[in-house]
Design a protein around this ligand. Sequence first.
Ligand code: NAP
Length: 232
Amino acid sequence: MKNILITGATSGIGKQIATVLSADNDLFLSGRRKLDKVNYYACDLVDMFEIETLYNKAIEYFNSDIDVLINCAGQYIYKPIEKMSFDEISYLLDVNFKSAYILSSLVIEGMKKNNWGRIINIGSISGVVGEANASLYSATKSAFNGFSKALALEVATNNITINTINPGWVETPLAQNALNQEERQEVIDITPQKRFVEPIEIANLCKYLISNSAKGITGQGINICAGLTCGC
Ligand SMILES: NC(=O)c1ccc[n+]([C@@H]2O[C@H](COP(=O)([O-])OP(=O)(O)OC[C@H]3O[C@@H](n4cnc5c(N)ncnc54)[C@H](OP(=O)(O)O)[C@@H]3O)[C@@H](O)[C@H]2O)c1
């Protein structure tokens, strides 16, 4: 039984991760929408003060340290670089990457004290292979690569692992909003396995990565993309 904090837990991938991990762990969840649950805090992760409050609420709920942090909250912006506003640039960097970095900085002390911890970042294959018209999104996701490797080295002797899961297209509200019917079919056509990735595949990998069997996996980016990064 571990104390697990999951961001982006109200929808899509994060919601499925919460469902799978709730079977044998204690969870504290967050998203922006209002939900009436004792183990939930609604906040916008663009706000640094709110991130700290989220951390404090989780600690208060567990009455103990956080063993596992899953940074799943994120948004997608698809447009050419010259159309990106300064506000959008700051916003996406803050929500997709800075919030995960700050939360990691907050949980790491307790993990070191307990000589055990797991941090999982939900990246994207757009941060592995790049995606035209998603340069900002790709940048926020590839940031997890350097972050995971560097932090993995920093805490390698503390029994703490840091990894990034890079999904391909997953059928969630994010993907449904980003793709029209024609684009959805294109995704299926260009994906070697001719399908979307399912949220459960990502949730099950999280379950494995937090287990002791995965203690040697650290600083890695693991692609679950139905073959999309393999080439053609
Ligand atoms: N779907 C894909 O094809 C795909 C592929 C690769 C990577 N990913 C990544 O997987 C993660 C989850 O995506 P998803 O597909 O599950 O999307 P989703 O269904 O839209 O869920 C996004 C989650 O993030 C939360 N969130 C968004 N902006 C936030 C903010 N400013 N502050 C706090 N919480 C915020 C949402 O909370 P509310 O809904 O309550 O506002 C929601 O819980 C994201 O990081 C995404 O980049 C997705």
